[in-house]
Design a protein around this ligand. Structure first.
Ligand code: GDP
Ligand code: IMO
Ligand code: MG
Length: 427
């Protein structure tokens, strides 16, 4: 058996949580491979809305196992809150959730370092979610990090104090950054106690054994390909590999055990935080997208920047990830428009190009659009591909032809049921 991967092709928030929940019945195990509480994955069913940050999006299916892989970073405080929110929904967390001993732990001082660094950057800030993601991955690669295995060892206090001391030294170099660690630390230590009651595993052994046992595994990504530490719009990125290769390192799965790669994208484009966004709309159309798409961050509540779909960027993401199947979400949001624009090229140094150059800064590139007819039909009640309006089918087929990958699923609303599986002419 192979591991399939589902990951975002844009700047995050493509609807990964919703779709993972929908396809979980096809799998035995759902495994998150990177990121941490910077993620906000929204699921809606039976009139309830759930937002997950650390816990994989298969958790509402009682017979399925959910793994937090070694590539993930965990904030015990946010994790505890997340678990407590699940309790009224009959989730047997200690049975269903397994956490890698090699996952790294976010300290209160990581969050402070994140905030101090952003404050110092001023207008050049990344627009981080301030969850301590960057500093935690820095300690991981710097070989200073605290792992889940340390949390359950006798040397926990010693290791924690050692790392905290290092962080306090770093924090003392920031001017004008005041903080009170004590209350944050008390809350964190209480949550560490809670975390210790969870189930821990050597997830690389577990996952490979389950593959040998012919179990199907879905790897769930966080963020999106354009936020990848290597391939995203650096430095306005997150601190992990969000692309398909990240599933290998974040779970201990060899490349030859990867099966399908599901690439998920919105029918338009959004971004939250700073950094270049070639197709961003600063006008009423952008405002309409934000309003119709309820484009406000699931983790921070910040308004998301909105724009038209960007084919050069999508082509790049398809290439880097080896996407085998596409999933398009939020098609329903475009129903308000008479016409829809698609960025097909960039104007770059006097040429028209359809790939992503080294820099996508606004001074370097200008997006080139084509206009397609809209459909103006309410899609939210449609459940079969045969009932999709002709203009939407035309939009889908155009994107498929450009991206050279079939669009297998079209999402027409936030609810689990608002999902259409589609036979593609591309086979
Ligand atoms: P994720 O981070 O990729 O899991 O995505 P988020 O949950 O952060 O953001 C996606 C938002 O769009 C959530 O509020 C979802 O409930 C919502 N959503 C997902 N799919 C659709 C869709 O097809 N149509 C609409 N209107 N909303 C959707
Ligand atoms: P999901 O999994 C959208 C963005 C932040 C910021 C940059 C760096 O819900 O799609 P970080 O906190 O990682 O240091 O922030 O990345 N960002 C996301 N944007 N969706 C996410 O996750 C994101 N996680 C981080 O806004 O620009
Ligand atoms: Mg999100």
């Amino acid at each position: 058996m192979k591991v399939d991967i589902l990951l975002g092709l844009q700047w995050g928030d493509e609807g990964k949580g919703k779709i993972v929940d929908v396809i979980t019945p096809d799998y035995s195990i759902i495994a998150r491979f990177q990121g941490g509480p910077n993620a906000g994955h929204t699921l809606e069913f039976e009139g309830h809305k759930h937002v997950l940050h650390t816990i994989p999006s298969g958790i509402f299916h009682p017979s399925k196992k959910n793994v937090v892989g070694n590539g993930v970073v965990i904030d015990p405080v946010i994790f505890q809150r997340e678990v407590e929110e699940l309790l009224p929904h009959h989730v047997n967390i200690r049975e269903q959730l397994l956490i890698s001993r090699k996952a790294h732990v976010i300290l209160p001082t990581h969050r402070l370092l994140d905030a101090a660094s952003e404050k110092e950057k001023g207008t050049g800030k990344i627009g981080s979610t301030l969850k301590g993601i960057g500093p935690t991955y820095m300690d991981k690669t710097g070989r200073n990090g605290l792992r889940i295995g340390d949390v359950i060892s006798d040397r926990f206090s010693e290791k924690y104090e050692h790392l905290k001391k290092k962080h306090l030294r770093l924090l003392s170099h920031y001017n004008d950054f005041n903080f009170e660690l004590e209350p944050l630390e008390q809350e964190w230590l209480a949550s560490i106690e809670f975390l210790r009651t969870m189930s821990f595993i050597d997830s690389e052994h577990y996952l490979n054994r389950e593959l040998d046992n012919k179990q199907r595994i879905l790897a769930e990504g966080a963020q999106g390909s354009l936020l990848d530490i290597d391939f995203g719009s650096y430095p306005f990125v997150t601190s992990s590999n969000t692309v398909a290769a990240g599933a290998c390192t974040g779970l201990g799965i060899a490349p030859n055990r990867i099966g399908k790669v599901f690439g998920i994208f919105k029918a338009y484009c959004t971004r939250v935080g700073s950094g270049p966004f070639p197709t961003e709309l600063h006008d009423d159309t952008g405002e309409t997208l934000r309003k119709e798409g309820a484009e406000f961050g699931a983790t921070t509540g910040r308004p998301r920047r909105c724009g038209w779909i960007d084919l050069p960027a999508l082509k790049y993401a398809v290439m880097i990830n080896g996407v085998t199947d596409l999933i398009m979400t939020k098609a329903d949001v475009l129903s308000v428009f008479n016409e829809i624009k698609v960025c097909t090229h960039y104007r770059y140094r006097g040429e028209e190009i359809d790939h992503l150059p080294y820099s996508i800064d606004p001074e370097e590139i200008e997006p080139v659009f084509i206009t397609m007819p809209g459909w103006r039909d309410d899609l939210t009640g449609i459940r079969s591909a045969g009932n999709l309006p002709a203009a939407l089918e035309q939009y889908i087929e155009y994107l498929e032809a450009q991206l050279k990958v079939p669009i297998r699923v079209v999402s027409v609303g936030p609810d689990r049921s608002q999902t259409i599986r589609r036979e593609s002419a591309m086979a």
